[in-house]
Design a protein around this ligand. Structure first.
Ligand code: LLP
Length: 421
């Protein structure tokens, strides 16, 4: 359920016509619905009611500080994977006691930054990281609360680029080596073992793999407790999928029900790291048609948004619905919706049946909230799009469109080149 609907044939976000946002802010632009964000957060959080749990919103899905702040105000924390995301979360006002940090390549600086902030937990992904974390924490006279990110070797049955819980993936510590690494962690003075973590992948459309993962972690948890380790947290990562086209992922309540059952009787605080399921369907990417072009083989709709703005179709072959902002009747034509970038891979949709689209029309690329803006780049020296948050009848620019000077920020011409030698 989201708040993007037609009224009098005009696509609205909540009470605001998208055409008004395009007129006032320009295109391309990401438009988020606050009511949808809040609704999705609550649906997820409330599904776990009665279980001791903490929802740590996965900042990478959409990193705008307004969204991070919104979820923090609703009682959530943040799941981060870099020093930059830690900076954002802290700047947004998330209490450090609600921040968990995953990632296979945490740098010493990032580790120091997170220790200084005193975050809730590091999800450690390799034996060498464990050693480094211990050394840095000891040098700083601190103790790092840790979980090991365990790779349970379960198949998430999702796109190979976003499957993370298989033996062949770079993530986590193999399930069979986890006990030995936990024992080592216990012996290291700079570390306090407090949890177990896993994240098996993203855009999962079945509960089975989650249940399998919990089963494997539960055995490990029993073993760790038998050895006297005080495991307080079980972090299940994120990964619950959404409907882009015809997928029928479990609803949060079904997911929570399955997890609840699998966890039965375990005395732990559950940590969840949802990203996509909260923000995915809470935004559209709004773009304007520049030209249409009929070639011998195809009809192209050339828009002002491109793969630098929304990479998912290009990178994963992902489907995003495309809706005309002003509803049109009449025959549909099969088109490719493409951007201005100099690559054949620059498309938002291929072989899509759209009603007669013309230059000047606005199109809404649906379900663009997760991994949309956050994966955007400046390729072709395109300025990053604006982001707008709609709240009822009003809207706010929560990130202004970049200006040309932003493109050059930090660049300089060294003197020897400037002199012409
Ligand atoms: N926790 C960890 C450790 C993660 O690596 C991720 C996502 C999440 C939580 C959140 O997962 P979610 O609930 O959003 O599925 N760019 C890809 C998705 C990459 C996901 C990376 N990790 C896409 O556009 O589909």
């Amino acid at each position: 359920m989201h708040h993007f609907n037609y009224r009098d044939d005009e696509l609205h976000c909540e009470e605001v016509p998208l055409a008004r946002i395009a007129d006032e802010v320009g295109t391309p632009v990401y438009v988020y619905s606050q009511a949808t964000l809040v609704r999705h957060y609550h649906a997820f959080d409330q599904a776990f009611e009665g279980l001791d749990h903490l929802v740590c919103y996965s900042v990478k899905a959409c990193s705008n500080i307004s969204l991070i702040r919104l979820f923090s105000d609703l009682g959530g924390g943040s799941d981060i994977v870099s020093g930059g995301e830690l900076f954002r979360a802290l700047r947004a006002g998330v209490p450090a006691s609600r921040i968990v940090y995953s990632g296979v390549g945490k740098t010493p600086d990032e580790i120091r930054q997170a220790l200084d902030a005193d975050i809730l937990m590091f999800n450690v992904e390799s034996p060498q990281e464990l050693t480094t974390l211990n050394r840095i924490a000891s040098d700083l006279g601190r103790t790092a609360r840790i979980a090991l990110r365990v790779n349970p070797d379960v198949d998430a049955k999702t796109h190979p680029y976003i499957s993370t819980g298989l033996k062949k993936n770079k993530f986590g510590i193999a399930h069979e080596n986890a006990l030995a690494e936990y024992r080592r962690a216990m012996s290291l003075p700079g570390l306090e073992v407090v949890g177990i973590d896993c994240h098996i992948g993203s855009q999962l459309t079945e509960v089975g793999p989650f249940v399998d993962a919990v089963g494997r972690l539960k055995d490990l948890l029993d073993a760790l407790r038998t050895e006297g380790m005080a495991i307080r947290y079980l972090d299940l990562g994120g990964g619950l999928g959404i409907t882009y086209e015809a997928e029928e992922p479990p609803q949060p309540a079904e997911y929570a029900g399955a997890v609840r059952e699998a966890l039965a009787g375990l005395d732990v605080t559950l940590i969840l790291e949802p990203g996509r399921v909260i923000v995915g369907n809470a935004a559209v990417f709004l773009t304007r048609v520049l030209y249409t072009k009929q070639t011998e083989l195809k009809r192209f709709v050339i828009v002002d948004g491109a793969m630098n703005d929304l990479l998912r179709p290009t990178l994963y072959g992902s489907f995003h619905g495309i809706e005309p902002v002003r509803r049109k009747e009449g025959p549909r034509a099969r088109v490719d919706v493409v951007g201005p970038i100099c690559e054949t891979g620059d498309f938002l949709a291929r072989d899509r049946d759209l009603p007669g689209v013309e230059a000047g029309d606005l199109l809404a690329v649906m379900s663009a909230g997760a991994y949309g803006f956050s994966m955007s780049s400046n390729y072709n020296s395109r300025r990053k799009a604006a982001e707008v948050l709609v709240n009822g009848r009003g809207f706010h620019v929560i990130r202004r469109r970049e200006i040309y000077e932003d493109l050059l920020r930090g660049e300089e011409i060294p003197a020897h080149i400037e002199r012409g030698g």
